[in-house]
Design a protein around this ligand. Sequence first.
Ligand code: ATP
Ligand code: MG
Length: 499
Amino acid sequence: MGQARILVVEDEVIVARSIASQLSQLGYIVTGTASSGKVAIAKALETHPELVLMDIILKGEMDGIATASKIREQLDVPIIFLTAYGDDHTLERAKITQPFGYIVKPFTTKDLKIAIEIGLLKHQLERELRESRDQLATLLNSMSDAVIATNEQGKVTFINPAAEALTGWQQKDALGNEAAKIFHLVNEVTETILENPVTKVLREQQVVYLEEFTSLIRRDGKRVPIGDSASPLKGRSDQINGVVVVFWDLSERHQTKLLEQALEKEQELNRLKSLFISTVSHEFRNPLTVIQTAVELIEMQGANLTDAKRGIYLKRIQAAVQSLEKLMEEVLFMGRAEAEKLVYNPAPLNLEHFCRELIKEFSIVENSGCEIVFTCSSICNDAVMDEGLLHYMFGNLLSNAVKYSPKGGKIQLELICDSIEKVAIFCVQDQGLGIPETDQARLFESFYRASNVQSIQGTGLGLVIVKRCVDAHNGQINVTSEVGVGTKFTVILPLNSQL
Ligand code: ATP
Ligand code: MG
């Protein structure tokens, strides 16, 4: 620092010379001396000093203060005033020129050195501060993320161009306004207006993040999905003196995500379609082969065919036709449900009567050898449900219970009508094979069959149909099961889902 270049402005020639010589002794370079404001300005512009020592009282049109302010208008140079007396008025005026120090005459060489070094240091620090402030402003202005800063009252003190574009608020309108006025947030799912993050940060005194599915309501009323964080701005002694909110537009990310989801869904649908076709054709082939073989045997044996054998072959054909019929029905049902054309036709229904009839019919058709026990301890005569869909639902559950139980097993169907909760609860329980825990979560997927039933015939569509029927009633279904102990399916349906 010792080599600083200094301009001396002093109208008393002897004093000026003495200061210049003191400066030289101290190792500074004197770029010139001036005895009037006019000369001082000219010399400053010509020699570009690093510091100016300026006498406040100058002869001529301009005193030191006026000269200093002219120089400061054109050059970024620190000015130190020399003054013999400092009356309040003069000092107030001098302050306007943002002086870097005062030296009161008479002064020692040491005083001079200290004042100059402090002035130079202060100037350097100020320049560094200004530079880093400029850098910060450039950074914030060129950032693609939107930034809004507020003071401790939540009033906007800064808004960058990205935030202007996203909120639709221009800097000139936004500055000084409540942040809550220009930063409206809404939850896209619940449609509720969200608390302004600035208010929240000021209250909670910590960083807050936006919840998912938040949208910003722009000044023009349009919505933009955004992500954001808001942090407290801390000043001295950890006092919060503002908030900075950083947020960004998620529209593009949302679009990409939606596209990806649609693509995934499409791929999954294609996969399921192929699986469906191959499984269904395979399932059709089995009974067709049975029929073909039986017909060939009847033909081959011709007149030699005994009545007993004919009976066996016809029974095989009958069973195969029945299983084809069931499969056809399931596939048709799935087709209708997939096309979202599952017709829901609710009508008043006596559930107890429905269950009794179903069991009667089921026992005749299935001839399962299992005993189906029905219990109903409440009055269930005022339900409004779709009888056809209930038939599919419990037909499939009972058929599973029979299929996956040993011959002669006991199956229970229990019906409870809860008139307070306004629901009907159906439980179908068996003491059969049970379902391994790892398979339980996937039972309602198309074609999914548990690992312990692979040797038993089935397509894996029954429970999918059950689930569709339950959904059509706005109901719920769940399963509890233990391998070797048995399985219980519980279906809960609103007594009248139309209410
Ligand atoms: P289908 O389409 O002919 O009904 P499926 O019976 O295999 O074939 P679902 O009714 O959908 O298909 O049942 C899916 C799977 O759930 C079955 O394969 C079986 O593993 C398991 N499951 C269902 N009900 C029971 C039950 N009561 N006991 C044991 N396992 C069961
Ligand atoms: Mg089944």
